[in-house]
Ligand binder design. Structure first.
Ligand code: ADP
Ligand code: MG
Length: 697
């Protein structure tokens, strides 16, 4: 039996390898770049490239690639081998600093939202030394950022790194006010990843799963998740074998896979890693999703990462556990032991409260996709309305500060920041509220709106930026203050007063809450991607994001276009898949069964004309009218898709999709699902929900 210790990170060019293979000064210089996010010394690149190549060859690698995250939401790689012809007819293996630092993939086929005309096809990739290189399928993968020659970001990593830098810069200013110096402040993320496992055999029989990742037809099985017998249940041997191999593959890549368990729905599971710096966590989550699918294939399984593979069954999300800490490791979202530390904690806490309130629309749209719309705003956790959960203790503290009243359980005088020690916030009391979209969980925030297939980059870009912006405002105000402590107290009090509407500790699924949130508190309820995405162009959002240097205005517009295009294309593919399935498989299946029933009735009547044959006749009537309805709905859906040609721009196309195509899809589905429950199973062309959800054992 292999020891995890022996192979953990064996495919990663990590600190251990660098230390062993680089000279002391090269190592020190590279380390400085990584730890302090300072510029890379070009001289260092050649030495690092040589070491990387030697290491990769020793691991059996033959190729290298700049690995990047274009706006498709998945990762991209183009492999080049190390070979170079030698005069003697053989080859030598080559790789230099230039190739490490910069790549020039033909970028014309990646979405750019008009940022790069196809005649100017070239974009370039630039090494991100803060995320370790690794080997995947005999290929040395170098994590990179991807930009156009005009300097525009064409990927998710560049703005993520910029947002981290902005947050670091503003946090350092705040810490200075508390007499602290630190080289940088980093955000960390631990993403909890949900997924479904079904058998490859059944998957292959469902064109909807193959083309769209979700079932477009299907009725609820007699048994679903109502018994609560799957959550944390014993893991079936076949799934356990899958998880074991998955862990091993992830560990080799240095990914800290930690927790695994069965989730709420049958066939649903979760994997959570130990948290790491946000850009590394982002790379690792992308890799995790890829490896999850690869390992599943080896086990005759398919891993579904879609947010809603099955209607009426719990969907899959990704919880983004987020915190910020100094270079020395002080968690800025951890309540401290001294009055001064408490005051600092409360200031950072208030910054997050204000950021979430003021930029709730950006957070919502950062997780908006066609798939995630089936969870958010569709009677499932969490709702599309953003609110924050802080827990009873912190609420009481904030109340006391806001109203100048004593905090129960401390002393009898009103709380004074920098003077009173706050009560310790026990971790357990902070959160078992599973319905909150944004919950404080002791020393971090858990943003729960992300969909299972989302790249975590988008959510963290917006979260980091919003918090950085508020910290900037706070720093501007406090740096000029005469009496720091008084101003600090006032600022915190004012912030609570102004932004407490975002705090909600009740049940987020409750319809009454949605009503209160929108009507009384004025929070936004952006139910669909079509509703949410345009908000990115709002003046306040553009000003904030460009002001911090996270995006240029052109980049924002391009992202708006790409995200909406993605929404439209996804749903059009779904509509076309439905049309094809209904026409070529479902209607013919229902028709065959109807004919069989009719034939049986005729045979029976031939034996005895007085037989009623109520079963056959009744069902023939019902199925016959259902077939007609199915075909009528197919035509209506087709028309709705064709009509999209008339849309003037991507915004109105998305609106039309939301208002007509999705509605027609729902109607067609309803007719087909009605037919499914009365059609002989032997005729039905696909495995049922019951087969799919209970097929792995
Ligand atoms: P659960 O939410 O299931 O109770 P935990 O809260 O223990 O589980 O952890 C969930 C995720 O949060 C894990 O990925 C964990 O590594 C991560 N996490 C824990 N502490 C922090 C932190 N300070 N910053 C960011 N992520 C964290
Ligand atoms: Mg959690």
């Amino acid at each position: 039996m292999k020891n995890v210790n022996d192979y953990f990170g064996s495919l990663v060019f990590d600190d251990r390898v660098m230390k062993a293979m680089l000279s002391a000064d090269i190592y020190a210089s590279l380390k400085k770049t990584i730890d302090e996010e300072s510029r890379l010394d070009p001289k260092v690149a050649d030495a690092v490239a040589t070491a990387m190549k030697e290491w990769a060859l020793s691991k059996g690698a033959t190729h290298f690639t700049h690995w990047f995250q274009p706006l498709t939401g998945i990762t991209a790689e183009k492999h080049d081998s190390f070979i170079s012809p030698a005069p003697d007819g053989g080859v030598i293996m080559e790789f230099d600093g230039k190739e490490l630092i910069k790549g020039e993939p033909d970028a014309s086929s990646f979405p750019s939202g008009g940022l790069r005309a196809t005649f100017e096809a070239r974009g370039y990739t630039a090494w991100d030394p803060t995320s370790y290189a690794f080997i995947k399928d005999k290929c040395l993968c170098i994590p990179t950022a991807f930009c156009s020659y005009g300097g525009h970001a064409l990927d998710k990593k560049t703005p993520l790194l910029r947002s981290m830098e902005a947050l670091s810069k503003q946090s350092i200013r705040i810490l200075k006010l508390f007499g602290k110096t630190t080289k940088c402040v980093k955000t960390s993320v631990g993403p909890e990843q949900e997924y479904f496992l079904i058998t490859r055999e059944m998957y292959n029989q469902r064109p909807d799963l193959r083309f769209t990742g979700r079932t477009l037809f299907g009725t609820k099985p007699p048994k679903g998740q109502e018994m609560d017998d799957h959550y944390f249940g014993a893991i079936k041997p076949r799934v356990a074998a899958y998880m074991a191999e998955l862990n091993e593959e992830l560990w080799k890549l240095g990914i800290l896979a930690k927790t695994e368990h069965n989730e709420v729905a049958p066939a649903q599971h979760e994997l959570a890693p130990i948290y790491s710096t946000t850009n590394v966590a982002t790379d690792h989550n992308q890799l995790t999703m890829e490896i999850m699918q690869k390992v599943a294939a080896k086990h005759g399984l398919v891993c579904l990462l879609h947010e809603k593979p099955f209607a009426g069954v719990n969907g899959s999300g990704k919880h983004n556990n987020w915190s910020m800490s100094t270079a020395e490791g002080q968690n800025l979202l951890s309540p401290g032991d001294t009055p001064y530390d408490n005051a600092q904690f409360l200031l950072f806490l208030c910054a997050v409260i204000k950021a979430v309130d003021e930029y709730q629309d950006l957070l919502r749209l950062s997780v908006a996709t066609a798939g995630n719309d089936h969870r958010l705003g569709a009677n499932e956790a969490p709702p599309a309305v953003i609110s924050m959960f802080l827990g009873d203790e912190l609420n009481a503290v904030l109340d006391a500060i806001e109203n100048d009243t004593p905090y129960a359980g401390v002393d009898k005088t009103p709380i004074k920041l920098g003077v009173n020690v706050l009560p310790r916030v026990s971790k357990d009391s902070t959160d078992r509220n599973r319905t909150s979209p944004f919950a404080f969980t002791g020393n971090k925030f858990e943003f729960r709106m992300l969909g299972s297939s989302n790249s975590i980059a988008c959510a963290n870009i917006m979260l980091n930026s919003a918090v950085a912006e508020v910290l900037k405002e706070f720093a501007d105000e406090l740096e000029g203050a005469d009496k720091f402590e008084d101003s600090l107290h006032e600022l915190i009090k004012e912030t609570i007063k102004k932004h407490k509407r975002i705090i909600f500790n009740g049940n987020g699924y409750d319809d009454k809450w949605i009503e209160e949130a929108t009507k009384v508190r004025g929070l936004s309820n952006l139910r669909t991607t079509a509703d949410a995405m345009p908000r990115i162009l709002d003046k306040k959002n553009v000003e904030m994001l460009t002001g911090l240097g996270v995006f240029t205005e052109d980049e924002i517009r391009s992202r708006y276009e790409i995200m909406l295009e993605n929404y439209c294309k996804t749903i059009i593919i779904e509509a076309n898949t439905m049309i094809e399935m209904a026409k070529t498989q479902i209607a013919p299946a229902v028709e065959s069964f109807t004919a069989e029933l009719a034939k049986n009735a005729a045979y029976k009547k031939a034996v005895d004309p007085n037989l009623a044959c109520e079963y056959e006749v009744g069902l023939v009537r019902k199925l016959s009218s259902l077939t007609d309805r199915i075909m009528a709905k197919v035509e209506e859906l087709k028309d709705a898709v064709i009509y999209l040609d008339r849309a003037e721009d991507i915004g109105s196309e998305a609106d039309m999709i939301r208002d007509t195509v999705l509605v027609k899809m729902g109607e067609l589905r309803l007719a087909c699902d009605e037919a499914e429950v009365v059609t002989d199973k032997r005729y039905w062309p696909y495995p049922s929900y019951g087969d799919l959800l209970f097929g792995v054992y």
